[in-house]
Design a binder for this molecule. Structure first.
Ligand SMILES: Nc1ncnc2c1ncn2[C@@H]1O[C@H](COP(=O)(O)OP(=O)(O)O)[C@@H](O)[C@H]1O
Ligand SMILES: CC(=O)OP(=O)(O)O
Ligand SMILES: [Mg+2]
Length: 430
């Protein structure tokens, strides 16, 4: 049976991660696509960016990339596609025309609650949403355009980061503002990192051998953008990001929640258009400051939370404060979601770059919520099993009532799996 190639493209705010999968078009839709290779450019906001390439079970290389060559989502994509098609060890993808499906993580999908094939109409609708995800949508759409131009055979499919949260109850998703304006302008909580939360829910359900529909989790996706999600019976009942990915936890360059009137005391130009607005994307100075000039960057001068954690330990006051702010805000969400779940929590789950690699942060958060019955095993927290998708880092017995897990989340795998499930519905007509 011939196999077809899926390219899964995840444009994060500081990274571009691309995975290549193959699948058999006549296999049952419940079957999983086979991962062939993953290539990532990380640290786009803390240059020089780094390339990592893994093929099959082999780590092929890690290297810094010259800032002059790779400095944006677009240049990172060009570099990546050239790299993949030139790799003789990946014969399945030797020409861009080998790609049948290009899956794109689109952060803000507005009212879309399932994947859609991107045609001219959907492309324009997604462009209109770019203002609501200024660090994400525009970058992802540039890549959609590049694929469309260079691989005209491929079906471009958008997978939305807010789709997982379509189950948010009305009270959780509604802001206390004039409802006529709210409805007209679609002002509500959307929530993001949904591909990651879908992957986490499925993986943890398999790990605990519990049906996903019975699983209650407090999940933390902590990357350049960070959020928390309250998952009841496998569905999202609350999450910390809001109308845009700015709300909730602070991030690499984002403030997270602040008093909405703060910005008018920060600058007199809050409502003016920022010079980085582009044709079709309007961002105000207020949005520019809170999305791009705040967070870890503003507090410490770097977006690298690994470096911030290490310096905090060595006594650097600014890094200590940034670290403590993150722990403080995360603790608030864990406590709130614990109550929303009535204390019936199967696990507290850490994921995303910081959640997966930041042992120090995990320890500090879990210590703060120890009174709720969470505890980590220091040894397993320092060295979670690098190979496993889900690792239990909780303390056995003692004061520990609930599990603490690390999940190596994989948004690209989630898109590829959802794509195979409905390949016939998503494929472009011949
Ligand atoms: N050892 C580490 N400890 C803590 N944080 C880390 C470590 N290594 C990388 N990180 C952080 O992970 C974050 C990137 O997470 P990731 O989920 O890949 O980002 P993105 O939001 O762009 O998808 C960065 O802030 C980076 O500093
Ligand atoms: C939604 C979001 O903030 O995504 P990322 O963390 O990948 O930037
Ligand atoms: Mg990410």
């Amino acid at each position: 049976m011939p196999s077809n190639v899926i390219l899964s493209i995840n444009a994060g705010s500081s990274s571009l991660k691309v995975s290549v999968f193959s699948y058999h078009p006549h296999a049952p839709s419940s079957s999983h696509p086979t991962p062939l290779a993953t290539i990532q450019v990380t640290g786009l906001t803390a240059p020089p960016a780094t390339l990592r390439y893994d093929r099959g079970d082999h780590h092929i290389k890690s290297q810094p990339l010259p800032e002059t060559d790779v400095n944006s989502q677009e240049t990172a994509y060009e570099y990546i596609i050239h790299h993949l098609t030139s790799d003789a060890g990946l014969p399945e993808l030797s020409h861009p025309d080998d790609i049948e499906f290009a899956c794109h993580r689109v952060v803000h999908g507005g009212d879309y609650d399932k994947p859609v094939r991107i045609d001219r109409d959907t492309f324009h609708r997604l462009e209109e949403l770019s203002d609501l995800a200024p660090l994400h949508n525009a970058g992802a759409l540039t890549i959609v355009k590049a694929v469309h131009d260079k691989c005209p055979q491929a079906s471009n499919i958008a997978f939305f980061d807010n789709a997982f949260h379509h189950t948010l109850p009305e009270a959780a998703r509604t802001y206390a503002i004039d409802q006529k304006v709210a409805k007209r302008n679609k002002l509500r909580k959307y929530g993001f990192h949904g591909l990651s939360y879908a992957f986490i829910t499925r993986s943890v359900a398999a790990h605990l051998a519990v049906p996903a529909a019975e699983l209650n989790l407090i999940a933390l996706h902590l990357g350049s953008g960070a959020s928390a999600c309250c998952i009841k019976g496998g569905t999202s009942i609350d999450t910390s990001m809001g109308l845009t990915p700015l709300d909730g936890l602070p991030g690499a360059t984002r403030s997270g929640s602040v008093d909405p009137s703060l910005i008018f005391h920060f600058t007199h130009d809050a409502g003016k258009l920022s010079p980085s607005s582009a044709k079709g994307m309007h961002i105000t100075e207020a949005e520019e400051i809170l999305n791009k000039k705040s967070g870890w960057q503003a507090l410490t001068g770097t977006t690298d939370f690994g470096a911030i954690s290490a310096k905090a330990e060595q006594g650097d006051a600014a890094c200590r404060l940034a670290f403590d702010i993150f722990v403080d805000r995360i603790t608030d969400f864990v406590a709130a979601y614990y109550v929303k779940l009535g204390g019936k929590v199967d696990a507290l789950v850490f994921a995303g770059g910081i959640g997966e690699k930041g042992a120090q942060l995990r320890r500090a958060v879990v210590e703060k919520v120890a009174c709720l019955g969470f505890a980590v095993d220091q040894g397993r927290n320092e060295r979670p099993d690098g190979e496993a998708v889900v690792t239990d880092i909780g303390e056995e017995g003692g004061s520990s009532k609930h599990r603490v897990l690390v999940c190596q989340t994989d948004e690209q795998a989630e898109m590829a799996r959802e794509c195979v499930q409905d390949a016939d519905g998503l494929r472009r007509p011949a």
